[in-house]
Design a protein around this ligand. Structure first.
Ligand code: MN
Length: 484
């Protein structure tokens, strides 16, 4: 959707909000329309089309009334003579805070190195701590701007695309909003590497056409088998986004190696039936044992849950199947924002709580925020350590820990807590004793041995650590020691 109307918005929100709430949304529309009167977008359209489309993107996620109102009003503080007090008066304090939050994030430019911009980037990223809905509105705003990027100058296109890829797509990923993340990535790639994008798009299309009949046959067969077992289900074909393919090829994989380019998404009613469905599928199609993943008992660090198994489909074609409940699927597509739909009134609180308790991105963010007073330094660290490539390792109990790629045992120890880092005397990876500067790889099983009588970290550990957290803690240890 690139230019939505009030009628479309009303239709969407009427589906899940009360008449009274829909009236409030109409009022917000009229307010925004009046304030933006006479303003046009670069496309030539009336300005109001933009906030209305942003509101529709959020209505698709079943956002609450205040969020929809804030989306409609999100550019009024910046571009019109409206004040925060006006919004609080005509609507309520929550809407006013949301609009104010989004406005404060507005003027940022990640590609420039100025202190001002670093400060704004910091606001964007840490805004998630205040109220995650601010970031979600911002993501919807960016999504619409990316969908209509053709009206901007070539320089702006490059700048926005890069910023979207570096900041907004990762943010969408970290709140688990895969749909937004995928679309943002593809739109960015389209502007950054247009010919590459087109080539991949065509290749993907031809693979889809080739596999269509086979996948549909498999889909029908699985549906039949699940029905026979009385497992309520819905099955869809899901394709990887273009950027996802691009990334794999860049890592040196061949197109034919990407087994999850096309996948069957099998949705069932409850968790137990995910495992029953898995059994049904494995009986019918031989699984590739090495490619089974249980993200239900072992969720991804951004809260994604599902079973993944790659099987030999018709004609020995490898096909990935993803098995999950309908609720898990909502969370897989919309992340935290799925709670709007799943939990209704309680959504806001649970979103914020889940973020604080389950998201390792969030805890790392809080750490970096407290460690770096300087804005530019903070932004550089976030880019390197939070938005860069990751490794995932297991610690005792099979807990999964997310670290930036390049991390060593020392980094893991400090991530688990300063006491563990400061008392570490050795470590084992996959049952083998290793040195503390051992580079961590995905799925390593790590046991850290500590001794409360240890002399503390060695001075040369600072140089062997990768993360700023570990380096900082080692320096602090020596500062305190000198002070004593
Ligand atoms: Mn906007």
């Amino acid at each position: 959707m690139t230019s939505a109307t009030l009628e479309q918005l009303i239709m969407m929100v009427s589906y899940y909000l009360s008449l009274e709430e829909v009236e409030t949304i109409k009022k917000a529309y009229e307010f925004a329309e009046t304030m933006h009167k006479g303003q046009t977008r670069q496309s030539g359209e009336e300005y109001i089309v933009h906030p209305t489309t942003v509101a529709c993107i959020l209505a698709e996620m079943h956002a609450d009334t205040n969020t929809i109102c804030a989306a409609l009003l999100h550019d009024t503080l910046e571009d019109t003579k409206t004040t925060k007090e006006d919004i609080a008066y005509y609507f309520n304090q929550d809407v006013a805070n949301l609009v104010d939050g989004v406005t404060k994030l507005a003027k940022m430019n990640f590609s420039s190195k100025q202190e001002q911009n670093a400060a704004n980037t910091r606001k964007i990223i840490t805004g998630i701590r205040q109220d995650v809905r601010i970031i979600i509105i911002k993501l919807a705003d960016r999504l619409h701007n990316m969908r209509t990027l053709q009206f901007k100058s070539a320089t702006k296109q490059q700048e926005n695309a890069l910023e979207t890829l570096e900041i907004f797509a990762p943010l969408a990923y970290y709140i688990g909003a895969y749909r937004i993340k995928s679309e943002l990535e593809d739109l960015s790639l389209k502007y950054l590497l247009p010919s590459k994008y087109q080539m991949l798009e065509e290749k993907k299309k031809s693979i889809e056409d080739e596999s269509d009949a086979m996948l549909k046959a498999m889909l029908a067969r699985i549906n039949e088998l699940l029905n026979a077992k009385n497992i309520p289900n819905e099955i869809k074909v899901r394709t990887k986004n273009i950027y996802g393919i691009y990334k794999r090829l860049n890592e040196g994989q061949k197109l034919s190696d990407i087994h999850d380019l096309l996948a069957l998404k099998i949705m069932v009613d409850e968790v137990d039936n995910c495992y029953r469905a898995l059994g049904v599928i494995h009986k019918e199609y031989h699984p590739l044992n090495s490619r089974f993943k249980d993200y239900i008992c072992n969720p991804k660090t951004n809260m994604y849950t599902s079973l993944h198994t790659t099987v030999f489909g018709p004609n020995d074609k490898l096909v990935q199947t993803q098995i999950r409940t309908f609720d898990m699927d909502k969370i897989a597509s919309f992340g935290l924002t799925a709670y709007w739909d799943l939990l209704k009134g309680d959504a806001r609180r649970v979103m914020q709580e889940d973020l604080a308790s389950k998201s390792q991105f969030f805890t790392s963010l809080v750490e970096l925020d407290s460690m770096f007073k300087d804005n530019e330094e903070f932004v550089v660290q976030v880019k390197n350590e939070l938005f860069g490539e990751k490794v995932y390792v297991y610690t005792t109990n099979g807990d999964k820990i997310e670290l930036p790629k390049g991390s060593t045992i020392i980094d893991l120890a400090y991530k688990l807590g300063p006491d563990i880092g400061n008392t570490m005397i050795g470590a084992k990876v996959n049952d083998e004793v290793v040195t503390v500067d051992h580079l961590l790889k995905n799925d390593d099983r790590v046991v850290i041995m500590t001794d409360t009588f240890s002399f503390g970290p060695r001075k040369d550990w600072e140089g062997k650590a990768y993360t700023s957290l570990a380096k900082r803690k080692i320096r602090e240890f020596y500062k305190e020691k000198i002070a004593l």
